[in-house]
Design a protein around this ligand. Structure first.
Ligand SMILES: [Zn+2]
Length: 341
């Protein structure tokens, strides 16, 4: 059955006018009750989650159980004023959740090395002793903690980070990215890359992916500011690149933007909200069903966490074929991160 789009122009409260696309069935104008039920009950893997400074492992476990989220993949634990290093905070969560939580390395150790050296030298210097010791540390952490993954890396967050330091465009094939990619091959871990879709970033990422097809990149927020046809073209060229769909749903961008105006930059780039998903993205996911995963990313209150999960279960998964919904909800992540039941 063919779906059509009903486009609702919403007057944005920040002066923009995002289009909210609602997928509807031409025959019945509703998604089947079976699709809704499946989307409500499928297990989920959240492949992009920041354990915030004000969260406790117990609160996260409660949320995961409530929403039937089987695994959470760390993307970098926020230290705040806790006095505990980011990786240590993630290990704290893992102590409670065991196999269900993948701690992440590099969130603050890379950033600290970067600010020690200055001018992005940790990334771009042809040779750099600080980079060597950083890579050694990451390698040791990934070896000691076989479940560990890489934290989100910001190759291009020129206009899409609230962290001033990350608002820049780095060469995606700079020496540090090349070395991290090699470490990813060694430990069989994808690199989670936050990269706005600037042509130069895209070209350099293509080189990185082609350098070794055994490596993989998981595009955080599916390229952040992308259109579906841009990802389609890139997927056709590169079999070893995947997308997480975190922070591309309207409830989160709307709710969070009320407390942090910098977050309004994501308006208009959302893919789905509770009422439905943009048809061009649904089509892309159906055409590449093994490449997409879901994520929550960072939330500042548990109410927003609930909203984001609800939008995944009501606005995205019901609009996919049953077998695609299961892949996007958890099977692709189980495969990519080699998750153990
Ligand atoms: Zn993130």
């Amino acid at each position: 059955m063919k779906r059509i789009l009903i486009l609702l122009g919403l007057i944005g409260i920040f002066g923009t006018s995002p289009l909210l696309a609602v997928a509807a069935d031409t025959d019945s104008n509703v998604v089947s009750p079976q699709a809704i039920e499946l989307a409500r009950t499928l297990p989920l893997v959240d492949v992009h989650f920041h354990f915030m400074y004000n969260m406790t492992p117990g609160e996260l476990k409660e949320r995961m159980d409530k929403h039937n989220i089987q695994w959470v993949v760390g993307a970098g634990a926020v230290e705040g004023f806790t006095g505990t290093e980011s990786f240590e905070r993630d290990l704290m969560v893992k102590r409670l959740l065991g196999q269900r939580y993948l701690p992440s390395v590099g969130w603050m150790s890379i950033r600290r090395a970067d600010s020690d050296e200055g001018n992005a030298r940790i990334y771009t210097d042809p040779a750099n002793a600080r980079r060597e010791s950083l890579l050694k540390l990451l390698d040791e952490q990934l070896t000691a903690e076989p479940q560990a993954v890489f934290s989100e890396l910001h190759a291009n967050a020129e206009s899409s980070s609230t962290i001033l330091h990350l608002k820049r465009r780095l060469p995606t094939d700079a020496p540090l990215f090349v070395e991290l990619y090699k470490l990813g091959v060694k430990h069989q871990r994808p690199l989670p890359l936050h990269m706005q879709w600037h042509p130069d970033s895209v070209e350099r990422l293509g080189k990185l992916l082609a350098s070794d097809r055994k490596g993989a990149v998981l595009l955080s927020h599916c390229g952040k500011d992308t259109e579906a046809n841009q990802i389609r073209a890139f997927f056709q060229l590169h079999p070893n690149v995947y997308c997480d769909l975190s922070y591309r749903s309207l409830p989160q961008t709307l709710r969070e933007s009320q407390t942090d105006p910098a977050r309004t930059i994501y308006w208009g780039k959302s893919m789905f909200e509770n009422a439905g998903a943009k048809q061009e993205w649904i089509q892309l996911i159906e055409d590449f069903p093994d490449r997409f995963m879901v994520g929550v990313d960072d939330v500042h209150r548990w109410g927003t966490y609930d909203d984001v999960v609800d939008s995944i279960r009501t606005g995205l998964l019901p609009f996919l074929k049953p077998e695609t919904a299961a892949k996007v909800a958890y099977q692709n992540a189980v495969q990519l991160f080699r998750l153990k039941q």
